[in-house]
Design a protein. Structure first.
Length: 418
């Protein structure tokens, strides 16, 4: 991994993203909702267009030229994914609809087969609903027990809580790499090591980490890793499940249909090899092909360079909010102050509902996320209904953050007058 950081030409990068160059409510769009979904560069958009204009054909089973070209491009993305996360084998990379389906695939394909009554599954208090509900459903079905790692006031996992939860009954641990609501980066390598010592398998939800952090699944030694293309400048409706070969081969298929079979008779069906065993039906071909362009964009730009720029924006935002709090009665409450974070700033303007904050900022062309961020248990832990969340990406500028901070200051001033 190259650790040298290069100063990026952000204006040149912005030219690759057509959606950014528009007015919203009469103001230049400032897009700070990147934790929900990132915008797409022209290379991704053109790849989708080119597939439908030139190569529109089903994959793997056709022998004509269009089908062969489409198949080659589809599998080229799988190879790019393997390198992106440093999987040992390309076959360990399964295409899904997204992180949610990847987690459900494991909960169903692995959990139903290997989790039994009385077994324990550990998740954390900061999980997205997609990493809570599938395990609840599995526990209800199998009479297993769901346990939860506590979060401290800074928004960090309490590792002593995790260690106390581990026992010989622990069979599975599923935790988020980076909190979508707080930006907290969790110590997943330590979690994986301790879980393995207890004999448990581990899934890492990498939806938020994959665009910001270096991912090496072999170094992490995780059993499963799930992430989504649309969080990494790629299309919606595409995700990846990485799984160790020996586990994927032991798992049952998630869905039945075409492609996932080797031979079908009315008496018996034999299943295809991995990863195709888990890819029933016609996949999202165009978007999978386009996903490679997103991976190429990240690789060419450099994750270290991206992270350095995003962290500068986050630092300015947090420092500015702290200055606002020094000059008045701490009107801006930042939720999630972990020492190790990605570029997410969740906050509440005291006395103002987060929906109102979001709408007033949208009137100025600033797009943020408001609500519970699909982390209702985490919001309950902090005693709030939700937050306003600003999440920064490589194409955001310092000038945009300054406009945002100034807008927040005006909202604070308006609240003081009231």
């Amino acid at each position: 991994m190259n650790t040298s950081v290069v100063k990026l030409n952000i204006e040149s990068i912005r030219k690759q993203f057509p959606v950014l160059h528009q007015l919203v409510n009469g103001r230049p769009l400032i897009y700070f909702d990147n934790a929900a979904t990132t915008q797409k560069p022209l290379s991704v958009i053109n790849a989708i267009k080119n597939y439908y204009e030139q190569d529109n054909a089903n994959i793997h089973r056709g022998i004509h030229t269009l089908a062969e070209r489409a198949t080659a491009d589809f599998e080229a993305t799988r190879k790019a994914v393997q390198k992106f996360i440093n999987a040992k084998e390309v076959e360990e990379c399964v295409f899904t609809k997204g992180t949610t389906e990847s987690i459900n695939l494991v909960a169903t394909g692995y959990g139903r087969k290997f989790i039994n009554a009385g077994d324990e599954i550990i998740i954390s208090e900061m999980e997205h609903h997609s990493n809570i509900v599938p395990w609840q459903m599995l526990c209800d079905e199998k009479k297993a027990v769901l346990k939860v790692i506590a979060v401290n006031d800074e928004g960090e996992l309490m590792m002593d809580s995790f260690e106390k939860l581990l026992s010989s009954k622990t069979k599975f641990v599923s935790v988020v790499h980076v909190s979508n609501a707080l930006g907290t980066i969790n110590p997943i390598k330590t979690i994986i090591e301790k879980a393995h010592t207890a004999g448990a398998k581990v899934l890492i939800d990498g939806a938020q980490s994959s665009a910001h952090l270096h991912i090496d699944v072999q170094d992490l030694d995780c059993d499963f890793f799930a992430f989504s293309a649309h969080k990494i400048y790629g299309p919606t409706g595409v995700g990846v499940l990485y799984g160790k070969r020996e586990l994927l081969e032991r798992m049952d298929p998630y869905q039945g249909g075409g492609e996932m079979i080797r031979e079908v008779t009315f008496e018996k069906t034999t299943f295809n090899d991995i990863p195709y065993k888990f890819e029933a039906g016609t996949p999202n071909i165009a978007d999978v092909i386009a996903f490679k362009q997103a991976i190429d964009f990240v690789n060419e730009t450099g994750k270290e360079n991206i992270a350095s720029h995003e962290n500068e924006l986050l630092k300015y935002c947090v420092d500015s909010f702290q200055q606002i709090n020094q000059s008045t009665n701490k009107p801006v409450n930042i939720i999630g102050t972990a020492k190790n974070k990605i570029s997410v700033c969740s906050f509440i303007i005291n006395g103002m509902h987060h929906f109102d904050t979001g709408m007033m900022l949208d009137a100025k062309g600033i797009a943020l996320r408001t609500g519970h961020h699909c982390t209702q248990p985490l919001m309950k832990r902090f005693g709030i209904e939700g937050t306003t969340r600003a999440s920064f990406s490589v194409y955001n500028t310092m000038d945009e953050v300054k406009v945002f901070v100034e807008a927040v200051q005006k909202l604070v001033n308006a609240m003081k007058k009231n």
